[in-house]
Ligand binder design. Structure first.
Ligand SMILES: [Fe+2]
Ligand SMILES: [Fe+2]
Length: 149
């Protein structure tokens, strides 16, 4: 997979995890948000670090993308702070659930923006060979980050 496909597949994984928590439990198949949270935490952590290191660092040098990428770093900062707070709070209570809902909004909008405008502009900068190479490095990077957690 190239880096665009890797990022998209990560986004889907996170969206699916959020979806899993939605709605009323049916026949005990729904996992509780507290149970799913560590997985979301881990996925997002590895994803954001990999993205910053291999994707944003290349794109932030481009005039056309600078503003978008700086905004994206800020949004990652918000998500990281929220994850950190949520990790320390008593999971599953109403304040924690409120944070979870805001986190979901922030993260899903961020991912949508990335796949839209940012991808469009990034495809002009990152050519096919480089996208493949970055995809490989993204995967390795994520693996090593997740192993260290
Ligand atoms: Fe991102
Ligand atoms: Fe992303």
């Amino acid at each position: 997979m190239d880096i665009f496909q890797m990022i998209k597949s990560d986004h889907k994984k996170v969206k699916d995890l959020f979806k899993k928590m939605k709605g009323k439990p049916k026949g005990g198949t729904r996992e509780s948000p507290e149970d799913i949270f560590p997985e979301i935490d881990k996925e997002l952590h590895g994803h954001m670090e990999g993205e910053e290191k291999l994707f944003y660092s290349t794109l932030e040098k481009e005039d056309d993308l600078r503003e978008t990428i700086l905004k994206n770093y800020e949004e990652h900062g918000i998500a990281k702070k929220m994850l950190e707070d949520m990790d320390k709070m008593s999971k599953g209570d109403e304040k924690w659930m409120a944070k979870l809902s805001v986190l979901r909004d922030v993260v899903e909008r961020h991912m949508k923006d990335e796949e839209g405008d940012m991808f469009k502009k990034a495809r002009k900068v990152i050519k096919r060979d480089q996208a493949q190479e970055l995809g490989k490095r993204f995967e390795e990077e994520k693996k090593s980050i997740l192993q260290a957690v």
